[in-house]
Every structure is written in C-alpha cells, then in structure tokens.
Design a protein around this ligand. Structure first.
Ligand SMILES: *Cc1c(COP(=O)(O)O)cnc(C)c1O
Length: 390
C-alpha cells in the first residue's frame, strides 16, 4: 500500500544541522563529502551535449553527475540547499563573496534591461560603491523608505535595502517596504540578522543576500556569498555565475555548511553578550550614543565623546579589524575602513558619523569583553584630556 507521510516543518535549529545532509546516512558516511574535482569524466558526450543544452536554456540545477566546477559542485550544492531551507526560499545560489553575489544580482536584472536600482542608505560601503560607481552600468536612486514607490521606474530592476544596516544598525520595516516595491523584486541584505533573527522572504523580500563571510561561516576563515530566492531567479543567477565565474570554492562550501550547524547557537550566545554590552555602553558617560537593533543580534554600534581612533588603538582582547560575525569580537571605525569608499557627505548623511565605532560581539566571556572595552574607553578619554590640555 502506498504511504502518504506528511513531514511537519522542522525547526530552524534542526534544519541548521540536517538540511542538505539528508542523504548522508544512505551514502554510508557521517561527515559531508568534500568534492574538490574541477572536472568529471564522462564517456557519453552526446548525453553531455543534451544536458548542457538544458542548462543553457533553463539555468536549472544539473541533473546527474557534475560536468565542470564552474557549472556546479556537489559540496557547494549542499550548502545552497541548506541555506535556502533556513531562509525559507525555493533555492539559493552561492558565490565567491558577498560582493560577487550582489554583482550577479545586478547583472541578472541588468540582462533583462533593468539597470535602475532604488536603494536606501546606509548599505555596506562596497555595496554603496558598486551601485554609485557605475561599474556595472547601474543607475541608482537613493531614497528614504517612504520615497521608494515614487522612485520606481519602468526600468527599475531591484530595490535594495539592508536591515539592520551596516554600520549604523538602522532598522527598516521590510513588510512595508515590500509593499511599496509593487512588482519590482526587493533585495534584502540579511547578513547582520541571519535567518536566526529575521527571514526576509517571509516579510515579502524576493531576494535575500548574505555575505556568508560573516555569520554563516562564523569563524573568520571563509569568504563567500549566497543569494536565497525563488527558482526562476536562481536559474538566472546560475547562468550568470557560469558565464562570469564568481564561484564559491568547494572547501568554502564545506566550511559554510559546517558553519550553519552552529549558527543558531552562536547567534543566541553572541546576541546575549551584545545586549549586555549595549546596555553598559548606553549608561556610560564616555559614550554619546548606542545603536542596538530591536530585533537583537551580535552587532553594537556606538559613538564616543573622545577620539574613536584611540579606542581602536587601545583594545587588547578585542581585535581591531574590519569584518564581523566571527567567534571572536572585532571592532572597527567605519569612516576609516568599512565605509571609506563612500563619499564623505553621503556617509555622514546616512548617519555614519566620524565618531561611530562598530563592534561585532563574539563568544568570549562578557565580563572579559567589558573589561577590555572599559580600558579602551578610559585610554581614549585620557588621550582626549591630554590633547585638550584639561
Ligand atoms: C561584508 C558585507 C558584504 C560584502 O561581502 P564580502 O563577502 O566581503 O564580499 C555585503 N553586505 C554586508 C552587509 C556586509 O557586511
């Protein structure tokens, strides 16, 4: 008798460790196989021709064995499957970096003649730069969320937002924004929130982008990017990826899939510490303003009364470095590093003040982190009082 089993939806924590790995027991292995092949032998070139024709026509994931590493890779596919499951989308397509992923989205829409983008500042500095610089023939209209609907034109290919935004942690109402986009796809960069805190596809975004370099990898040792979206856009992205070559390395795919396993636990633990630190900073007279998102997360942005460069110079446990989302805590000065490529006036208008510091809280003990931060703030205040002669 035929059996109909309805599998209930599994929780995010369960998907994080099982999605993309369901076939492993059947294969007789426990760890994910890492396939480093660039090419694959086939004695049937007629069959390969037919499969390549299908890919060229549709961009669908290749059926059967892989052909060439730029077309697809089994280890990377597992990561894509898992990430799509976590974001609640049909599919996902992985790239060499977050910027390669964004580039592919712009090229994919541009290939349909839709090169105009409506975007809300702030965005990650290089994303802003890619849109503004015109390298890909993109024309951008910067707007406040309320201005999105009016800025949309017949050739608008994307509406692009980040929430919480890099580096100010400003939050947007994705549901309201998705509504004002009408039929234009809304691309939400979900790097800061991760699917643990926010699933933009459920709120109406049709394209969800990650710099996988950050929380998905989680250990500061992998560069990667990924786009979670519907099947139609994923097919277009696969064609762009094949043509332009911004592929994710299989070892990076392996490490990202491994990173996903602990993503919910890491996000929860780091967010707890971040909330504590945000609270202490907010109560500290040396700190002028603290930005911590309503939805939580492991990022804290704050403005100091003293010289922010002195804070960077004085941390000892915390690493003064760009990037974020690692197991250890990082701090950086956006105006000098992550958002240096953005024009000074645009940067300031977007709320990225010269006194702003951005901290990515890791998994260290929160009291050790506070001691280090407190010491760095003291050193900065001291330097300020020496230089002002007070
Ligand atoms: C880092 C980052 C990117 C770019 O990702 P890379 O992996 O460095 O190319 C894009 N968006 C956000 C929000 C980021 O923080």
């Amino acid at each position: 008798m035929e059996q109909h089993t309805v599998t209930p939806p599994r929780s995010l924590a369960t998907e994080a460790v099982h999605a993309g790995r369901e076939d492993l027991a059947g294969l007789g292995v426990h760890a994910v196989p890492l396939d480093l092949s660039t090419t694959y032998p086939s004695y049937d070139s007629r069959g390969e021709a037919a499969r390549l024709d299908v890919f060229a026509a549709t961009g669908a994931r290749l059926e059967g064995p892989p052909v060439y590493g730029r077309l697809d890779n089994p280890t990377v596919s597992r990561f894509e499957t898992a990430l799509a499951r976590l974001e609640g989308t049909d599919d996902a397509v992985a790239f060499a970096s977050g910027m390669a992923a964004l580039t592919a989205c712009l090229l994919a829409r541009g290939s349909l003649g839709l090169r105009h983008v409506v975007a809300v500042r702030p965005l990650y500095g290089c994303s802003d730069h890619l849109l503004t610089g015109g390298l890909l023939g993109t024309e951008v209209t910067w707007v406040d969320p309320a201005g999105i609907a009016d800025a949309i034109r017949p050739d608008t290919g994307l509406v692009l937002v980040e929430t919480p935004a890099n580096p100010t942690l400003a939050e947007l109402d994705l549901r309201a924004i998705a509504h004002s986009c009408g039929t234009v796809p809304l691309l939400a960069d979900n790097t800061f929130a991760t699917p643990v805190l926010q699933r933009p596809a459920e709120l109406g975004a049709s394209i969800v982008l990650h710099s996988a370099t950050k929380y998905l990898g989680g250990h500061g040792d992998v560069l990667g990017g990924v786009v979670a979206c519907d099947e139609e856009f994923a097919r277009l992205l696969r064609k762009v990826r094949f043509a332009t070559g911004g592929v994710l390395h299989p070892l990076a795919g392996y490490l990202l899939l491994r990173g996903l396993s602990t993503l919910p636990v890491r996000m929860r633990a780091a967010s707890q510490s971040a909330e504590v630190l945000a609270g202490r900073l907010a109560a500290d007279p040396r700190v002028a303003a603290v930005h911590y998102p309503r939805i939580g997360g492991a990022m804290v942005a704050f403005e100091v009364h003293g010289d922010p460069h002195e804070v960077i110079a004085a941390v000892r446990l915390i690493t003064p470095a760009v990037s974020l989302g690692s197991v250890d805590t990082l701090i950086q000065h956006p105006a000098s590093i992550s958002h240096r490529v953005v024009d000074e006036r645009d940067r300031r208008a977007a709320g990225v003040s010269d006194r702003l510091l951005r901290m990515s809280v890791g998994l260290e003990d929160v009291e050790d982190l506070w001691r280090d931060l407190d010491g760095a703030l003291r050193a900065a205040a001291l330097a300020e009082s020496v230089s002002s002669g007070s």
